[in-house]
Design a protein around this ligand. Sequence first.
Ligand SMILES: Cc1cc2nc3c(=O)[nH]c(=O)nc-3n(C[C@H](O)[C@H](O)[C@H](O)COP(=O)(O)OP(=O)(O)OC[C@H]3O[C@@H](n4cnc5c(N)ncnc54)[C@H](O)[C@@H]3O)c2cc1C
Length: 416
Amino acid sequence: MKSEKRLDAVVIGGGIIGAMAARHLLAAGRRITIIERDHVAAGASAGNAGILAFPEIIPIAAPGVIWKAPRWLLDPLGPLAIRPAYAARLAPWFWRFLKASNQRHFHHAIGVHTALMRLTACEYEKLRDDETLASFIVKTGTLDLYDSATTIAAAMPEWEHKAEAGARFRRVGRAEIEELQPGLAPQFAHAFFSDDGLQIADPAGFTRAVAETALGEGAVLERAEVLALAPKDDGVVLLLSGGRTLAAQNAVVACGAWSRRLAASLGEAIPLDTERGYNTTLPKTAFPLRRQLYFNDHGFVVTPLADGIRVGGAVEFGGLNLPPDYRRADALLTRAKGFLPALETEGGTQWMGFRPSTPDCLPVIARSNAAPGVIYAFGHGHLGLTQSAATGRLVAELAENRPPSIDLQPLRADRF
Ligand SMILES: Cc1cc2nc3c(=O)[nH]c(=O)nc-3n(C[C@H](O)[C@H](O)[C@H](O)COP(=O)(O)OP(=O)(O)OC[C@H]3O[C@@H](n4cnc5c(N)ncnc54)[C@H](O)[C@@H]3O)c2cc1C
C-alpha cells in the first residue's frame, strides 16, 4: 500500500451536509478535499422535498407513537412500512427508538432541535449574500392540512411547542384553505397556515451549487469510496477502494445513511439506520400548486419545485441494499390525486432516497472518541437539508476547537 502526503481536511460525502461542511471549513482557512464515491448530490440530498423545515422541532420518537405505528403498518403501502426481510435487523434500532419515545427525551429533543433550527435559520440568511445560492431559496408558505377536527385537535400540543419555539402560523378553515390553495378536496376544512414557509426550489441543484462555491474557492473533489478510517498520530488515515491510503489532519464523515460503516471501522457502534422515502416529480403543469402542502394524517407532502411538483414522503425500513418498491410512490400519487382531484399524474419521475436516521431523532455532530481527527456529521433523518447550514458551521467549530454555537453534548457519538 502506497501512502501519500498528509492532507489538511477531507470531507467524505458530497451530499448537502458534506457540501456545507466543506464551505464552512474553507471559510475557516482550511484546505479541503471532498471525497465522493459517486457524484455530488448522489444521495438523499438530490431528491428530497426541498422544504426548509425550520418549525419542525418535534421528534418522531414521541410519547404515544407506539400506538400509532401498528395502524400505519396494517396498510402495506401506507405511510410506514417495514420490509419483512429487514425486520430482524431493524429490531435493535426500533427498540432504541421506542426507548427514546418518552416524555423526558421528547422534551429534550425539542430543545435540541429548537437550538439547531435557530442556528440553521441564521446560517441560511447568511447564504443569501451569495446571489446564486439565494436564487434557490423561495418563499411559498406552508399549508398543514388535517382530515378532521379530531386530528387537528390531537395535533394541537405539537403546534403549541412550535409556537413556543417562535414559529408563526394561524389556524384556517375551509374558505381560507380554498383561497390559499384552490383545488383541494372538500374534506380539507382544518389547517394551519404559515406565510413564512421556505423552499429550496431544486435540492439537487442547490447541493451542487454549495459544493461548487467550495470548489471555486480551492476545494478539490476526488472520486473514490472510503472503506475504513484509522487514527494516526493526531490525525487520521483513510483506506480507499483500490487499496490506496490517504493521511489527513481531519476527516469529516458526512456519508449520510452510509456513515455507520466508517464509524464502525473506528470501533464506534452508532445505531444509524435508514428511513427510506419515496416520491414522484411531476411536470410543473400537473397542477397549479401555490405552496407546500403537508397532508399530516397521511405522512406525505406536495411541494412546488423550480421544474416540477414533488409528491412524496412515507417511511420504509428496508436497509441500504433491498431494491426500491415503487408501488409506494404510486400509492402516494394515488392518494394525492384523491386530495387534489385535478392533479395530472402522468409523466412523473419516481425516486427513492435513504434518510440517515438515528433512533433518538437527533443527528451526530461530534468528534470521534476513537480518532479525535475525525468529525462525524450525519444522522439528520427527515431534516438534513434544513439543518445542513448549521451542521456546516458546527463542523468547522469542532475542527478549529472553537466554542460551539450550540451545546453539542446531546449530539455526541457515544450517547446511545
Ligand atoms: C423522500 C425524502 C424527502 C425529504 N425531504 C426533506 C425536506 O423537505 N427537508 C429536509 O430538510 N430534509 C428532507 N429530507 C432529508 C434529507 O434529504 C437528508 O437528511 C439529507 O439529504 C442528508 O444529507 P447527507 O449529506 O447526510 O446525505 P446524502 O445526501 O445521502 O449524501 C451522502 C453522500 O455520501 C456518499 N458516500 C456514502 N458513502 C461513501 C463512502 N464510503 N465514500 C465516499 N462517499 C460516500 C454518497 O454517495 C452520497 O453522495 C428528505 C429525505 C427523503 C428521503
